[in-house]
Design a protein around this ligand. Structure first.
Ligand SMILES: Nc1nc2c(ncn2[C@@H]2O[C@H](COP(=O)(O)OP(=O)(O)OP(=O)(O)O)[C@@H](O)[C@H]2O)c(=O)[nH]1
Ligand SMILES: [Mg+2]
Length: 660
């Protein structure tokens, strides 16, 4: 039963053939790499798969009546294509594999229609008029056609210009050409002219077949072959003489042909039986019977051998096939490479978008850090200036107070004893000078008539205001700069369209949607922080101006009151025991010190006159907020980026594995 196993295994190996097509596998593997396969990409890949699976094309060309159609009939083992001694074939005819014989007519307007093969003459015979037919496809159940599509062409020197042009186009798209010529014509000027215009780029895969060898003697054939080889060596790499007519008659009755048919039948029956889980034994019996009957038939092996047609198949097998395979593999691989590259470029473009946005934020943070340091320095100095203005006011008040300390004469009565033993006592008058602050005069100068302090204070408040405005303006400016660069980015990416048809429309739409939300997602948080800081700083500044505004007169009064109390206390003590207690008179420094305390200058010093003023703290706080926002933005972008990065890596990896 070993022949049976062989049959089954050859059947299965045929069935599995498409899966062992390495080119197809390559495409299928690549398809798994793509994140999404939208219509155009799908179409391109499907087309490529079809190309990888597609059999090679071999055109049969030559001048009219050279026997092209007869040769193809021999190949089909059946007299299907119309032949004749006058120019016959008028339409290019693709002979393809099909489960049944069938004719497909392709019209110029794109229509297609199927007909039984008996109608073929209607559509291709020049003797009929079929202007609207573009070309034909003939399907035949012939194993060889699974690997090779043959193309029958109208004779090149036929009358019709459009037929000749159609042939010319076909010759450019095929993998190989078999040129049929006749003993009498071979190498003649008219043929050389035709070859000159058609064959130049195909010489390496072209075979010259000299037909109708049955009409000549062996010597004549050899002489002609020798001559043609010399005359046409430029156009072909091999020359054979055949008889298409002999081949046709041998093959159309060949036992092999019949056996092939029987085997095909048997296999399809086996397949059906296997599906239904039926026993094969009856099928095997039938097949054996049919085989025996075929072997009893007359079979003209001699004629087939003599026709030389197998040399043509050898040429196809040894020359056309390997080259076609190679050039197809090259073209398909190149195209696949191209597609992978494009998709990688698409991801690169999108990745670049997110990266650009990210680098805007990183650059912004660096810039802000620098700017904030500078602003801290600038406004630190300005606050210090404001602090000095308060000090100046205090100085002015102190000098005023000091200048209004008068001398006043006072009398005191002291009990004196006369003599050591005398019991007589008496009072004596002593005059002395005490300090007296002329409060009215001070107030008059400082607060009322000249309002010196009021004026100084106004200047101070104005100055504080300029600092506040400066801070707000600078902070606003920094935000505006960020906004400008981000909106510029948005402008580009909000309208980003795929540059290539194969690019994913979805991915680009995603990017556009993302870009349109960039204010909401990315800018607003910064803006919110700046606003919050505006509010915070404003209240601090308000405190700085109003606290002193409402306080300065009161603080002066409190200081003077303190000094007066101290003077009066010293007088009281002095009067009791002048030798023990001196009279107190405030120095300028003491007055200043008192005023500083009343004006809360020690607290203000921390607030305005150090490296840790409220503005320093505010900038540090704002910076830390900005940093937090930036980090969260970058994390968000990292997610977006990693999607494309992964795709690019995947594609690059497969690329270097498969194609380098
Ligand atoms: N004796 C002989 N006649 C042949 C042979 N091959 C073809 N013929 C005859 O030559 C004539 C032309 O053959 P076709 O097959 O129609 O030639 P073709 O090249 O298809 O012609 P067009 O389609 O008109 O270009 C027909 O009458 C065939 O029977 C051959 O090997 N020997
Ligand atoms: Mg023909």
């Amino acid at each position: 039963m070993h022949w049976f196993d062989e049959l089954i295994s050859s059947y299965l190996s045929y069935k599995n053939r498409t899966f062992s097509n390495p080119l197809l596998e390559k495409i299928k593997n690549s398809r798994e790499l793509f994140l999404n396969e939208e219509e155009p990409l799908k179409r391109a890949l499907n087309l490529l798969e079809r190309r990888a699976e597609e059999p090679m094309k071999v055109a049969i060309a030559g001048q009219f009546s050279s026997g092209k159609s007869t040769f193809l009939n021999a190949l089909l083992g059946k007299n299907i294509l119309p032949t004749g001694i006058t120019p016959v074939t008028s339409k290019v005819n693709y002979i393809r594999y099909g489960d049944n014989f069938q004719l497909q007519v392709h019209y110029h307007d794109g229509r297609e229609a199927f007909y039984g093969i008996e109608n073929i003459t209607r559509f291709t015979d020049q003797r009929g008029e079929m202007e609207e037919v573009s070309h034909l496809s003939l399907y035949a159940p012939q194993e060889l056609l699974k690997e090779i599509v043959f193309v029958d062409t109208p004779g090149l020197n036929s009358e019709s210009k459009s037929d000749t042009e159609a042939t010319q186009r076909v010759l450019k798209e095929v993998d190989g050409i078999i040129w049929l010529t006749l003993m009498d014509n071979a190498g003649k000027q008219s043929e050389i002219e035709a070859l000159e215009s058609f064959m130049d780029s195909y010489s390496l895969k072209s075979l010259c077949v000299i037909n109708q060898k049955d009409k000549f003697t062996q010597t004549e054939v050899e002489t002609t072959l020798d001559y043609v080889k010399k005359a046409l060596s430029k156009y072909f790499i091999e020359f054979v003489a055949i008889s298409a007519k002999q081949a046709l008659s041998a093959l159309s009755t060949s036992k092999e042909k019949l056996l092939d048919k029987e085997i095909e039948n048997f296999l399809s029956n086996v397949k059906n039986a296997a599906k239904k889980d039926e026993n094969f034994s009856k099928l095997i019996e039938d097949f054996k019977l049919a085989k025996e009957q075929i072997s009893k038939k007359e079979y003209d092996l001699g004629a087939l051998k003599e026709s030389n047609i197998e040399l043509v198949f050898k040429f196809i097998e040894n020359n056309i096939k390997p080259q076609a395979k190679e050039s197809k593999a090259f073209a398909v691989t190149k195209e696949l490479e191209n597609i992978i590259n494009k998709i990688a470029l698409q991801h690169l473009e999108l990745l670049k978008g997110y990266e650009e946005l990210e680098s805007e934020f990183i650059a912004f943070e660096k810039e802000v850090q620098k700017r904030f340091e500078k602003l801290k320095e600038r406004f630190g100095k300005e606050l210090q200036q404001a602090y000095l203005k308060i000090e100046e006011m205090i100085e002015r008040v102190a000098v005023e107070i000091y200048s209004k300390i008068k001398r006043e004469h006072k009398k005191r009565f002291s009990l004196e004893k006369k003599g050591v033993l005398s019991k007589k006592e008496r009072y004596e008058v002593f005059t002395y000078e005490v300090a007296k602050i002329d409060t009215d005069a001070i107030y008059k100068t400082l607060f009322y008539d000249d309002n010196i302090i009021g004026k100084m204070f106004k200047k101070y408040v104005k100055y504080i205001r300029t600092i506040q405005d400066g801070v707000n303006e600078e902070n606003g400016l920094i935000y505006k700069e960020l906004e400008f660069s981000i909106l510029k980015w948005q402008k580009t990416y909000e309208h980003l369209m795929p540059k290539d048809e194969l690019y994913s429309k979805d991915e680009f739409a995603k990017m556009r949607r993302f870009a349109s939300k960039v204010y909401e997602l990315f800018l607003k948080p910064f803006n919110d922080e700046i606003r919050a800081s505006f509010a915070l700083i404003s209240s601090e500044f308000r405190h700085l101006s109003s606290a002193i505004n409402f306080n300065y007169q009161n603080a002066t009064e409190v200081s003077i009151g303190f000094l007066e109390r101290k003077i009066n206390e010293s007088i009281a003590l002095y009067e009791e025991s002048p030798n023990l207690f001196p009279l107190y008179e405030p120095s300028l420094d003491e007055i200043k010190e008192r005023l500083k305390i009343s004006f809360h200058m020690y607290e203000l010093n921390n607030y305005m006159n150090t490296n840790r003023t409220f503005l320093h703290k505010n900038y540090d706080w704002l910076m830390s907020r900005f940093e937090k926002i930036r980090i969260s933005h970058c994390n968000h972008l990292k997610e977006k980026k990693s999607l494309h990065k992964d795709e690019i890596n995947k594609l690059n990896k497969s690329f270097s594995n498969n194609y380098k």
